[in-house]
Design a protein around this ligand. Structure first.
Ligand code: MRU
Length: 345
């Protein structure tokens, strides 16, 4: 790791450390978690967010959350399975969460006959591998995707699919980092991403911090900027991509994709294969999280909406594969055939 790189989640002794993303960009505070319930709450409350980062937090949470008092195999077994269920239930849309929990379950099954201390060590090593592999996949995504970004391009992104949303480096922002590392000049337009403002608070923070040319726009400005030639391409991440290439991502992504299609602007999605749900045939099967109404009624405790109004707050939407120009994974750049994407190739 480069000394100055952003790491939203990491292991320290017997705890999971998380950069509290609710406080960014104002304050950089790391919180410490040692129980499954606390890790699950931290994911639900957005201390950590972004699909791959949620997966890393889940894996590390499972590595540390069985208490030291669980010394015999049966007690450990019950505590570990309970922890899996608690953490897996934190948020529904990002497939990386259940992917990471199932991966940890597999390691537990493979090592449990070796005794509790050996199991603990194997879980710890696996959770570190989940993070290291994620960063490796993101760097590969950056190389493949960076090659798609022309020199001098104006690149729009939505939400935060950066280092903060992953083990490190980022997926969509990994593509932007990859383009810069390949020597290209890139100007980024960050949509503010109502209602939780991941673009305004997190993407702007991490790109300014890393010396990028970044301009913040309201979500509503995207169509105007596309129509007037200010955007050359769009790159976003995903929380779950179905086997046919339908993409679930932060609410508003679908709107941008429709507009990009109308204006002939390339619309790229960057994902590690841990975000692929090959058991999900298409986007209609992806569970869409509905978040608390308070996120829409105001921000930071300040109410902006009229009393008595009803609220809908779907946190994600699905962009059909037909609107996606290419999906970039660590394996390369995938393009759709006549019936959708085929990730088995
Ligand atoms: O609600 P969030 O902030 O967890 O939503 C995050 C996103 O929608 C990201 O775009 C997605 O997880 C990809 S992160 C590499």
């Amino acid at each position: 790791m480069m000394p100055d790189e952003i790491r939203p989640v990491f292991l320290k002794d017997d705890a999971v450390m998380m950069l509290d993303q609710r406080l960014l960009p104002g304050r950089e505070v790391y919180l410490e978690f040692t129980s499954a319930q606390a890790v699950s709450d931290a994911i639900r409350d957005m201390v950590v967010r972004g699909a791959p980062a949620i997966g890393v937090a889940a894996a590390m949470g499972l590595a540390v959350s069985v208490p030291a008092s669980a010394e015999d195999p049966d007690t450990f077994d019950t505590a570990f399975e309970g922890a899996c269920r608690i953490i897996a239930a934190a948020r529904p849309t990002a497939i990386n969460l259940s992917w990471a929990v199932n991966r940890m379950r597999g390691v537990y099954q493979a090592h449990k006959a070796r005794g509790v201390p050996a199991v603990r060590e194997a879980l710890r090593q696996e959770s570190q591998a989940v993070m290291d592999e994620d960063i490796g996949m993101n760097r590969a995504i950056g190389k493949h995707g960076g090659a798609l970004i022309p020199d001098g391009a104006n690149v729009m992104t939505h939400c935060n699919a950066g280092a903060l949303a992953t083990g490190g480096y980022g997926t969509a922002l990994g593509v932007i980092r990859g383009a810069r590392e390949a020597g290209r000049k890139v100007k980024v337009f960050s949509c503010e991403t109502r209602p939780y403002l991941q673009g305004a608070r997190l993407t702007s923070w991490e790109l300014v911090r890393d010396g990028f040319d970044v301009t913040l726009i309201t979500d509503n400005a995207a169509g105007h900027l596309m129509a007037t030639g200010a955007i050359d391409c769009i790159v976003v991440g995903s929380d779950r991509t179905a086997a046919n290439g339908d993409v679930a991502n932060k609410i508003g992504t679908y709107t941008h994709a429709v507009l990009a299609h109308r204006h002939g602007i390339p619309f790229y999605v960057a994902i590690p294969t841990s975000t692929l749900d090959m058991d999900c045939p298409d986007g209609s099967h992806i569970p869409i999280e509905e978040r608390p109404k308070e996120e829409v009624l105001g921000f930071g405790g300040q109410r902006v909406a009229a009393e008595g109004v009803e609220v809908r707050n779907p946190a994600f939407d699905v962009t059909p594969w037909q609107l996606v120009t290419a999906i970039i994974t660590e394996r390369g750049v995938h393009r759709a055939g006549p019936d959708g994407y085929d990730f088995r190739i």
